[in-house]
Design a protein around this ligand. Structure first.
Ligand code: NAD
Length: 260
């Protein structure tokens, strides 16, 4: 996609990867709406880039619809929607239904809400671009974070499904799957942070990769190329990959008996 003049929305645009993306999209000539639950952060980024800030909770369908409507009123039809907002916290099978539900809504259902209200108009126009920020956790697994892993897998699956279903009608989909990125989320990643920080990228580096990916209309955007290698390892020998992930889990938490 050529970005100059395009109307782009970035959710979770007030901080981290979303803020870097909003800045880069602006320098590429897009007109950007910065949507975030944290309206002050969204306002700061929007003021800096000459964009529009909209308070949005992506977990609420009515907020996503309002965001699309406000964008269309102020700037025109949404041409690029970066569904980037996400949350992470550690958890396992003992987590409460409320914790599963919160993560499910923000990390997965938000993408359904966006697609539900964008795809019909994009099909009519024969164009539209959805960028889903998932994670390497959506392709591999995030040690110690069951809810994050499951909801990011769902986000990848939905992005794939949309791409397969609507590519012939001119709708493009990219799925961003970074490993560690130096944002507040990484600061709160607990035991995994030490491991992820070793290869962490800056939000600006990730935003640069996204711009390249959108220009090339690549489905899978992997700012850490090793994630592609891990994915190939997983596909070619799942048993071996699982054994290596169990070892990693053991090394990170030192709580499980390996028996191998
Ligand atoms: N940082 C990493 O290491 C990393 C790695 C892989 C994927 N990701 C993904 O990248 C995306 C951005 O994360 P980040 O690292 O920039 O985190 P961040 O915490 O720095 O920024 C996330 C932004 O999303 C906003 N947000 C949270 N819940 C929201 C909601 N319900 N509605 C609207 N906005 C909401 C927050 O206010 C914040 O501004 C997330 O989807 C995350 O899962 C991050």
């Amino acid at each position: 996609m050529e970005l100059p003049g395009k109307v782009a929305v970035v959710t979770g645009g007030g901080n981290g990867i979303g803020a870097a993306l909003a800045r880069r999209l602006t320098t590429e000539g897009a007109r950007v709406v910065v949507a975030d639950l944290d309206v002050k952060a969204a306002g700061r980024v929007a003021a800096e880039i000459g964009g529009v800030a909209v308070e949005t909770d992506v977990a609420r369908e009515e907020d996503v619809l309002r965001l699309i409507d406000l964008t269309e009123e102020q700037l025109g039809p949404v041409e690029l929607f970066c569904a980037n907002a996400g949350i992470a916290f550690p958890g396992d099978e003992q987590a409460s239904d409320d914790d599963w539900d919160r993560m499910w809504r923000v990390n997965f259902l938000s993408h359904v809400y966006a697609a539900r209200h964008l795809v019909p108009a994009w099909r009519t126009r024969g164009s539209g671009y959805l960028l889903v920020t998932a994670s390497a956790a959506g392709l591999l697994t995030n040690i110690g974070a069951a809810q994050y892993t499951v909801t990011k897998h769902a986000a990848v699956a939905f992005a794939e499904w949309l791409s397969i279903t609507y590519a012939s009608e001119g709708i493009k989909v990219s799925c961003l799957c970074p490993q560690g990125v130096e944002t507040r989320m990484l600061d709160e990643a607990g035991e995994m942070a030490v491991l992820l920080r070793a290869t962490a990228l800056t939000p600006d580096q990730v935003a640069n990769k996204v711009i390249e990916g959108i220009a090339a209309e690549t489905f899978l955007i992997l700012p850490h190329p090793e994630v592609g290698e891990f994915l190939r390892n997983k596909a070619s020998d799942p048993e071996r990959w699982l054994a290596s992930m169990r070892r990693l889990h053991h090394n990170v938490f030192k709580t499980t008996k390996m028996g191998e």
